[in-house]
Design a protein around this ligand. Structure first.
Ligand code: NAD
Length: 476
């Protein structure tokens, strides 16, 4: 199935060269496939196809674009189980999480399809007698989209859906680690009737592909989800060619528990949010700032919840946390734990790899973690929680806002006044108070500061793929 992984101008085919990369099952560490990767000649063909596809798709009415996209959503829903099984095998998440992700993907397609029909411009009352002055939104042009491995289908579907809704064609480079779900997604768009050249898929050496596509005069817009350093490099490359970009980068979410919060509920949700996808989530909470008077109660409840988590292969019944996606993440987890303990933190539970087969790491809780520990400053992107005692809500907000990241923030309180302070004062693109309320198709998803710019999701989503044209017209 992976022998023809490139979709170029409506045809699935093998790359022109002979290079390949390995696809591994993170639960066993074994190579399950070899993925052929593209050469420059393939990228040239993809660029030509995207240019051709754009000319067709931009002239396709919004109603027709919407209809085709809705058909694609139906196909993804019908194929959700296959897609989920691919994600478990290649990325490692538990089957229940993979099913949830596969079933959320059509919602993103549907939301964007419907938004395509509401992409209104406006009429400006003119100061010039007899003149009509209008603002029109137009598709920006062919898009280069780069998506990561942690949510194989849902990172990609947001980018393709927004581009198609706006009338753009796209060359997407999904993650080489988790190709199969991404291929299924592209097939659904193709089977739904998206014209040849509108959706193109390439796999390659990431830096080679991004460097070449960003520099191409055909590409007009870049969308990337991944780490802050790579995002900054791609944003700089895009800027040097005066190209628009959307950057959805790493985070370091604070999780504040005020003294008046529902402690049991905050601890329970904290366990779920922290260890979902083994912590490999850009919005995953890492710094738990707990008010002094409830610190021990929260800690006991949280640690008990973490110790009860069932870790295992994603296809094993009852598994709540799977392996990490690759061995690099295991090395990083060991480094964070050793560094925090050396800095004076207490290891409450976990802290070690599990076995030698696959990339499993224990769900880990560190308490009384000093601010200078690396985990308090660098995104762990894994199953590590750092608990910190704070004297007040003021201190929690101040420490939450200390880092250059600003993606998600979570906070718990029963006071309306304190909740309002969290909403207004936390420096993050998304603030969720007393529950988990982010990442739905109809809500904006994105960060501030080093976490990037632009929204994927919500009514804002299409803006990033459109240009504004002003027309002033007077009868001859
Ligand atoms: P990484 O920085 O090597 O890669 C992250 C992603 O970017 C991968 O999908 C990779 O294929 C891609 N990439 C890397 N270099 C690229 C380039 N020059 N051009 C285009 N794409 C490129 O990190 P990793 O070890 O794979 O993942 C861990 C880190 O990545 C984490 O620390 C986390 O911050 C970040 N990450 C973030 C998200 C997110 O949702 N924002 C998702 C996955 C990874």
């Amino acid at each position: 199935m992976l022998d023809k992984p490139l979709l170029i101008d409506g045809t699935w085919r093998a790359p022109s060269g002979s290079r390949t990369t390995e696809v591994k099952n993170p639960a066993t560490g074994q190579v399950i496939a070899r993925l052929p990767v593209c050469e420059r000649a393939d990228l040239d063909e993809a660029l030509a196809a995207a240019a051709k596809g754009f000319e067709i798709w931009r002239k396709t009415t919004a109603l027709e674009r919407c209809r085709v996209m809705l058909r694609a959503a139906t196909l993804v829903r019908e194929r959700a189980e296959t897609i989920a099984q691919h994600m478990v095998r290649e990325q490692g998440k538990p089957l229940t999480e993979a099913r949830g992700e596969a079933n959320a993907a059509p919602e993103h397609i549907e939301w964007h399809a419907e938004e395509a029909r509401r992409s209104y411009g406006r009429v400006i009352p003119s100061r010039i007698p007899g003149a009509r002055q209008i603002v029109i939104k137009e598709p920006v042009g062919p898009v280069a989209a780069f998506s990561p491995w942690n949510f194989p289908i849902n990172q990609l579907v947001r980018k393709i859906s927004a581009a198609l809704a706006a009338g753009c064609s796209v060359i997407a480079k999904p993650p080489e680690e988790t190709p199969s779900a991404c291929i299924e997604l592209a097939k659904a768009f193709q089977d739904a009737g998206v014209p040849d050249g509108v959706v193109n898929i390439v796999f390659g050496i990431p830096a080679e592909v991004s460097e070449y596509l960003i520099a191409s005069p055909i590409i007009q817009k870049i969308s990337f989800t991944g780490s802050v350093p790579v995002g900054k490099a791609l944003a700089a490359a895009a800027a040097s060619h005066m190209k628009r970009s959307t950057m959805e980068l790493g985070g370091h979410a604070p999780y504040i528990v005020a003294a008046d919060a529902d402690i049991a509920a905050a601890a329970k949700l904290g366990v779920m949010l922290k260890f979902r996808n083994a912590g490999q989530v850009c919005a995953s909470p890492t710094r738990f700032y707990i008010e002094d008077s409830v610190y021990d109660r929260f800690k006991d409840s949280f640690v008990a919840g973490v110790k009860a988590l069932k870790v295992g292969g994603g296809l094993t019944e009852g598994t709540q946390m799977g392996p990490l996606a690759n061995p690099r993440r295991l090395d990083a987890m060991e480094m964070f734990v050793e560094d925090a303990v050396a800095a004076g933190a207490k290891l409450e539970c976990g802290g070690r790899r599990i076995g030698n087969a696959g990339f499993f790491f224990e769900p880990t809780v560190l308490s009384d973690v000093p601010e200078e520990a690396r985990i308090m400053n660098e995104e762990p992107f894994g199953p590590l929680a750092a608990l910190v005692r704070v004297e007040s809500v003021d201190e929690a907000i101040k420490r939450s806002n200390r880092l250059p990241f600003g993606l998600a923030a979570f906070a718990f309180t029963r006071s309306l006044a304190v909740a309002d302070r969290f909403a207004c004062e936390l420096a993050a693109g998304m603030v969720s108070i007393n529950h988990f309320g982010i990442a739905a198709a109809e809500t904006p998803f994105g960060g501030i500061k080093d976490s990037g710019y632009g929204s994927e999701g919500g009514a804002e989503s299409l803006d990033a793929y459109q240009t504004v044209k002003f027309v002033s017209h007077i009868g001859a």
